[in-house]
Design a protein around this ligand. Structure first.
Ligand code: SF4
Length: 400
């Protein structure tokens, strides 16, 4: 029952619903037409939808710090921060980041380490690194001015079709569609599409629908309104259909299918990992930190030396930790007391992290390794961009 054939049925069904709801709609699309041309919703239905949605947005849009600015740089930063992250979490980060890096040039001129320090806590650090890299590209290729064509924007590191469309439609009213988690949900419900919204066919259909729905004016507001409706009204569970401005246009609501549409994502299978982190001190009390290398979790951020272990016990550290730390750092250490056990999740991993004090017994960090391993004073931890558990552990040892 999944896939394009059902889509066609649903689209047809939608057209029927539309015809009943909007009296002067054109005839439904020819069902024997090729798939690519079948999805042509009636102009009247689209016009009613845009009018209702924009009116609702004018009244209900949240006042967010990145709204109502023509500054493409600010919109870009907000869009990158909002990927995988909730609005309430992003607001203080956005404000601090813009205060510290008010322009593309200011961001490009900063060291990556400083950018990551301001990103610390937002997660998905690749976004911060790519933002920084893209700022440098903008300075090199576009004299520090954020580009204004889709082709130039989508060519920047970390920017895909959605982000380019969002930046240029919101900042310049460019007639570009968007499709992200909220709009996927709203659009699939407006089509009563029961297929997999993340399949190739589902994505193709929804992008096509998103493009077809765009009004000729106020494109930026329209795109934001679709996202806002998904965030505030057309929520995953128990959407507030009775408060929805599109209620009478929505076949999913009419058919009582909101629990089934969009089809639920396959559940992530989590993998349990046990690791150890060691706070190694030298005789002078300096602490060893290690920079996470490209390809590792939290690449570019700093952490305490951290190794995988097989033993789940915390109080009695696995002797293999010493060997693993030697392999990682070249230093011989002696493990001390257990500090804490931290539990955290990263992507599909659920990690139990046993943290220990340790003392350097022998071995040196070569000057050539300074970019990967460093002895620092405890007071320097504050300014170093640390991974999530690195920050928690640093707070424990400073308090401690
Ligand atoms: S009527 Fe309900 S399901 Fe349809 S768009 Fe509105 S909130 Fe979503």
């Amino acid at each position: 029952m999944h896939g394009l054939p059902l889509t066609v049925v649903r689209v047809y069904w939608t057209m029927e619903a539309i015809r009943r709801l909007t009296p002067h709609t054109p005839p439904s699309p020819r069902m024997d037409a090729p798939a690519a041309t079948r999805l042509q919703t009636p102009a009247r239905w689209r016009a009613v939808l845009a009018t209702r949605l924009l009116a609702w947005f004018r009244e209900h849009a949240r006042d967010l710090p990145w709204r109502n600015t023509p500054d493409l740089y600010a919109i870009w930063v907000s869009e990158i921060m909002l990927q995988q992250t909730q609005v309430v979490t992003v607001i203080p980060y956005f404000e601090r980041f813009l205060a510290r890096f008010p322009t593309v040039s200011a961001l490009a001129a900063a060291k990556e380490e400083e950018v990551l320090r301001w990103w610390e806590g937002l997660g998905y650090y690749r976004r911060g690194r790519q933002l920084h890299a893209a700022a440098q590209v903008i300075v090199a290729r576009h004299a520090g001015e954020f580009p204004t064509t889709f082709e130039e924007v989508v060519a920047l590191p970390g920017i895909g079709r959605y982000t380019a469309g969002a930046i240029l439609s919101i900042g310049r009213n460019a007639r570009l569609p968007i499709l992200e988690a909220n709009t996927i949900r709203v659009l699939s419900r407006l089509l009563a599409y029961e297929g997999d919204v993340y399949s190739t066919a589902g994505q193709k259909l929804l992008w096509q629908f998103a493009e077809e729905l765009l009004p000729n004016r106020e494109v930026g507001h329209f795109n934001q309104a679709l996202m806002e409706l998904g965030a505030l009204v057309c929520t995953p569970r128990a959407p507030a259909c009775l408060e929805c401005p599109l209620q009478k246009l929505c076949p999913t609501h009419q058919a009582g299918l909101t629990a089934r549409i969009p089809a639920p994502k396959q559940k992530t299978r989590y993998e349990e990992l046990t690791e150890a982190a060691v706070v190694v001190k030298d005789r002078g009390g300096k602490i060893l930190v290690r920079r996470c290398q490209p390809g590792e979790r939290w690449a570019g951020l700093w952490d305490f030396p951290r190794v995988a272990i097989s033993s789940p016990g915390a109080e009695q550290p696995d002797p293999a930790v010493v060997a693993a730390v030697r392999k990682l750092t070249g230093l011989e250490v002696e493990l001390g007391a257990h500090i804490a056990t931290l539990k955290h999740g990263v992507t599909r991993f659920r990690i139990t992290l046993h943290c220990y004090h340790a003392r350097r017994r022998r071995g040196k960090v070569a000057a050539a390794q300074h970019d990967a391993l460093r002895w620092i004073e405890a007071s320097e931890l504050h300014d170093l961009p640390l991974c999530t558990t690195g920050r928690k552990l640093s707070a424990l040892i400073i308090a401690g």
